[in-house]
Design a protein around this ligand. Structure first.
Ligand code: HEM
Length: 163
């Protein structure tokens, strides 16, 4: 009687966990439902945008540069000290690739759940966006195209900033 219920529960849990391509070194997180909806916005429709970011390789470089910057930025580095940076790099790469119209699925948590315990302020939010802009400059993404990504991220502030 109970067996089918348990089997269904386990298969659902496996499906949720198996969908993410978790990298070696990532720490486990509590189960959550995976969906591109968690990325917080719809992708841009113009394929030129993904190309102007130099595709997946360009996005990977931008995210790695962004993370390298924020973990040494005295304004915000303390917030990232207890974080799983392997997972953060992976999910940010997925999220940006998805939002920029690339062939990616976002498998991370939604913005509200990912940031709810961090106590992030508007100043701290702006500090991260500054580092993102510097990383996009370094990659040689034209300013007008940078703004396509910034425009997708800006409204997420209401789910990320809690103080
Ligand atoms: C629009 C801006 C932002 C975006 C798109 C974004 C995106 C993300 C993503 C995709 C994750 C990983 C979700 C997961 O693990 O499932 C994450 C986690 C995290 N974010 Fe953000 N984030 C933003 C702003 C910020 C800011 C401003 C801060 C702090 C200054 C911050 C601090 C963190 C921290 C500490 C984690 C890790 C949480 C943990 O270890 O559980 N984020 N963010």
């Amino acid at each position: 009687m109970l067996r089918p219920v348990i089997a269904l529960f386990i298969s659902t849990l496996t499906a949720i966990v198996a969908a993410a391509e978790v990298l070696p070194g990532e720490l486990p997180v509590d189960a959550y439902e995976q969906s591109n909806e968690n990325a917080g916005a719809q992708p841009v429709e113009n394929p030129d945008v993904f190309a102007a970011f130099h595709g997946q390789d360009g996005i990977d470089r931008i995210v790695d540069d962004l993370v390298d910057r924020i973990i040494v930025d005295p304004r915000i580095e303390g917030i990232f000290r207890a974080s799983d940076l392997v997972r953060l790099r992976r999910t940010l790469k997925e999220q940006f690739c998805y939002l920029l119209g690339g062939p990616c699925e976002y498998t991370g948590r939604n913005m509200m759940d990912a940031h709810k315990d961090q106590g992030i302020s508007t100043r701290e939010f702006n500090a991260l966006v500054e580092s993102l802009q510097a990383a996009m400059d370094t990659e040689g993404v034209p300013f007008a195209v940078q703004n396509k990504l910034v425009a997708k991220l800006a409204p997420m502030k209401r789910d990320i900033v809690t103080r």
